[in-house]
Design a protein around this ligand. Structure first.
Ligand SMILES: *Cc1c(COP(=O)(O)O)cnc(C)c1O
Length: 358
């Protein structure tokens, strides 16, 4: 049976990315050696990093003066690296979900941390409105989580605030154009939209570094990795290679504008069915906040007892990963860049069939 991969992360990658990476694991560039058994300093590997950096810059239209880094540690390590490197006196955070809150918690250890707005009391079912006006003009940066993977809300455009921004874009990178000039740092774990787990991407504005007075441990200092082109220590070679394949795929498909068009089409299809089908309802309260990447829904109140039945029904028909996050329940269909519209249609067909049976 064909599987439809709605996993939230690690998640679906383009088939050709997996095939090309598998091939390089068997024989890298005809060298007779596996990608897993060569030095990251091998002359054939440097071009992989260079091309990945160049494609990052091209696809996101990154202005001059920024570096692109490939590091270890996941987005979760960036939660502390960001304040370590940028928080001198005060930082501002938007609390839109569990990841946003974890990022904010780390900052508190480094200086004054202002929660500009929060939707926590309403289980993060929307993005707070008008938060831009509350961002303190003397903050060193304003941190946002552009897509809230667990709750299915998303900021579909880059906010305008009086201070430079930092963003966790783990789960929506390369799904829309970004005005990188508004940010001093954009980071994310690669395992949602880019690569297998193990590599973290960081876009950092070079002249925003070196402004804090504290000592930063070598490995946690972005400057170390900028100076060494992500080669200060051994970077995650295999995930970087896979990321390069995804970046090439993205470019060949038409880049971020095309990814945005597809994401909107997929999500219009699925939200359309959620709104139409009497058995289900969406969990995000403000329609403009609905994520294109993680589509969250539950059984309508009268049909609550059917939740486990639908999960089994969908699983039996090849749907993978549609169970909602344990903190929210219900269902979550993650529709990342590589997910074909036919998978969304297959899920919709399931929902329609289940409705007929009840
Ligand atoms: C998955 C996720 C994280 C955590 O990433 P790790 O690489 O596992 O640390 C952080 N932020 C967001 C928005 C995520 O989706």
């Amino acid at each position: 049976m064909k599987k439809h991969n709605f996993n939230a992360g690690p998640s679906i990658l383009p088939r050709e990315v997996i095939e090309k990476t598998a091939q390089a694991i068997l024989d890298f560039n005809g060298s007779g050696l596996s990608l897993m058994e060569i030095s990251h300093r091998a002359k054939d590997f440097q071009p992989v990093v260079d091309e990945a950096v160049a494609l990052f810059k091209e696809l996101l239209d990154i202005p001059d003066g920024y570096s692109v880094l490939f590091l270890g540690g996941g987005a979760s390590l960036e939660f502390c690296m960001v304040p370590y490197n940028f928080l001198e006196k005060k930082a501002a955070y938007l609390n839109t979900g569990a990841w946003a809150k974890k990022a904010m918690k780390e900052a508190k250890a480094f200086g004054e941390t202002v929660e500009v707005a929060s939707s926590e009391k309403d289980t993060y079912t929307y993005i707070p409105k008008g938060f831009e006006a509350n961002v303190p003009a003397d903050a060193d940066y304003f941190h946002i989580t552009t897509n809230n993977t667990i709750y299915g809300t998303e900021l579909h455009a880059d906010p305008t605030v009086p201070v430079p921004m930092v963003a966790d874009m783990s789960s929506d990178i390369f799904s829309r154009p970004v005005d990188v000039s508004k940010y001093i740092c954009i980071y994310g774990g690669a395992q949602k939209n880019l690569a297998p787990a193990g590599v973290t991407f960081v876009i950092v504005k070079n002249d925003a570094l070196g402004k804090v007075s504290r000592h930063i441990p070598t490995m946690l200092n972005y400057q170390t990795h900028v100076d060494k082109g992500s080669m200060f220590n051994t970077p995650p070679v295999v995930p970087i290679y896979a990321a390069l394949q995804t970046l090439r795929w993205l470019k060949a498909q038409g880049g971020v504008e095309e990814m945005q068009r597809r994401a909107k089409m997929r999500s219009d299809m699925l939200y359309g069915e959620i709104d139409r089908n009497r058995l289900f309802r969406g969990t995000v309260t403000d329609p403009e906040d609905r994520s294109y990447m993680n589509i969250c829904f539950v059984m309508a109140d009268e049909y609550k007892e059917l939740e486990a039945d639908f999960l089994k029904f969908a699983t039996d028909r090849g749907m993978v990963g549609v169970k909602g996050h344990r903190s929210v329940g219900g269902f979550r269909a993650s529709c990342y860049n590589a997910l074909p519209a036919e998978s969304v249609q297959a899920l919709i067909d399931c929902m329609k069939e289940f409705e007929k049976a009840h």
